[in-house]
Design a protein around this ligand. Structure first.
Ligand SMILES: *Cc1c(COP(=O)(O)O)cnc(C)c1O
Length: 417
């Protein structure tokens, strides 16, 4: 069964927005995101407690963080600006997980001041944090399972990953933290990115639950929660299968009942840091086809570029493209859909089968690039003097509001001395 990639607006509605806003722009579907957040919370309600700290880096916009806060999510931050964005959205205290690495002291200080949960990336950071901000009552530790866990395609092999403590360092670290007066403890790991295999995520859970039991046995510490990190994949390709949250939560719950509960950890909470899976499928980059070019291949040139969405150019990632109003038209053409960067990798699609596309600055078709709601606008850049586009929210009531304006040349020049 092929997944239908549906865009929530008709061509007429989209043209109207394009007339007001200009193209390109990102648009996010609030209703779909809220429903998705509710499905996640419902699936994980099998645990004594559950909290997803939305990975701010996936969509660093306080309008979205506010929506997710209303749905009960917290935030996962890795820098001072991300902490500030969370604060702007009314996300405070232990709703924030500060999972950073190579962290400057000013960021630890801010995280401590905000009473965020600090997740230490390295053994040496115990002392570093103690000196620069003092140790909080609750400390989380990031675990790198090394060869105990095979990595996945994007994140790579844990043995080669720069993150986290080794197994021995976690045990030793908890003992030291205990001696230094820390009262509450948590354990984190993140070993995947864009992983669609439920079994892989369940295995990560088993790894953490078993380790939690061992930590209890070796240190006497009952972890308050384990954090499984992010990395839950989304079906970018129509033939991909979405993660079934109920199946995932049930698989994790069985593992929890078999390992954590017998170890006396029956009230240990489950935290996650999902970003992509929360907003990814419900965000779209809308761009107009402005030029057509017929050489050795047929090219459609659009007014967005890799500077707006770098995943296809950077990872060769597939993003589905539909032509507004021509969703069911015969797909008879083979196009490379390209942006204007002076880099040949600036291609949203290579040899993609699409309907006939009309091109023109005013009259060209609007192309919808799907699954751009996470790690999309956020990864944008200014290379080649490209101004990044703005962001719109398609509100639950059907209205559209601008939640970030497009960049101007004045923004670009603002840092020149
Ligand atoms: C990037 C990242 C996430 C979010 O990853 P997704 O693939 O968007 O779910 C969560 N936690 C950490 C530590 C990360 O680096």
């Amino acid at each position: 069964m092929k997944l239908e990639k549906i865009f929530p607006l008709t061509k007429a509605a989209l043209e109207k927005i394009a007339a007001d806003e200009g193209t390109p722009f990102y648009i996010y579907d609030e209703k779909a995101i809220r429903e998705n957040a509710r499905r996640i919370n419902a699936a994980f309600s099998v645990f004594p407690s559950f909290l997803n700290h939305f990975a701010v880096k996936a969509m660093p916009n306080p309008a979205m963080l506010r929506i997710l806060r209303e749905e009960g999510f917290g935030a996962d931050c890795s820098s001072l600006p991300e902490l500030l964005l969370s604060e702007m959205a009314g996300i405070y205290g232990e709703k924030i997980m500060f999972t950073s690495n190579e962290t400057p002291s000013v960021e630890f200080k801010k995280a401590k001041e905000m009473k965020a949960i600090i997740n230490l990336d390295d053994f040496s950071h115990i002392e570093f944090l103690e000196k620069c901000a003092g140790l909080p009552e609750l400390v989380s530790v990031r675990y790198n399972p090394g060869q105990l866990k095979l990595g996945n395609a994007i994140i790579g092999n844990p043995v080669e990953a720069k993150y986290g403590f080794t197994r021995e360092q976690v045990i030793e670290g908890f003992k030291i933290l205990q001696k230094k007066g820390v009262k509450r403890f948590a354990l984190h790991t993140m070993v995947a990115s864009n992983e669609l295999n439920v079994g892989y995520h369940v295995e990560t859970g088993i790894l953490l639950f078993e380790f939690a039991a061992e930590i209890k046995q070796k240190t006497g510490i009952s972890l308050e929660f384990v954090n499984l990190g992010g990395g839950v994949g989304i079906p970018y390709k129509p033939e991909d299968k979405a993660i079934d949250y109920v199946e995932l939560a049930a698989g994790l719950k069985t593992a929890y009942d078999n390992t954590a509960v017998p170890a006396g950890l029956g009230s240990m909470g489950i935290h996650t840091e999902w970003g992509r899976a929360v907003t990814g499928p419900y965000g779209y980059l809308v761009t107009r086809a402005i030029h057509k070019k017929d050489i050795y291949r047929q090219y459609v040139g659009v007014d967005a570029s890799m500077a707006d969405l770098m995943r296809p150019g950077m990872y060769g990632a597939y993003h589905h493209i539909s032509v507004s109003g021509k969703e069911t038209a015969p797909h008879t053409e083979t196009y490379d859909v390209v942006g204007s960067l002076c880099e040949n990798c600036d291609k949203f699609a290579v040899r993609r089968i699409l309907p006939v596309i009309e091109c023109g600055e005013q009259t060209g078709d609007l192309l919808v690039i799907h699954d751009a709601g996470a790690h999309g606008r956020a990864m944008g850049f200014n290379y080649n003097g490209k101004m990044r586009c703005g962001e719109l929210l398609l509100c639950a009531d059907g209205a559209t509001v601008r939640i970030r304006r497009r960049e101007t040349i004045d923004d670009y020049f603002a840092t020149l001395v």
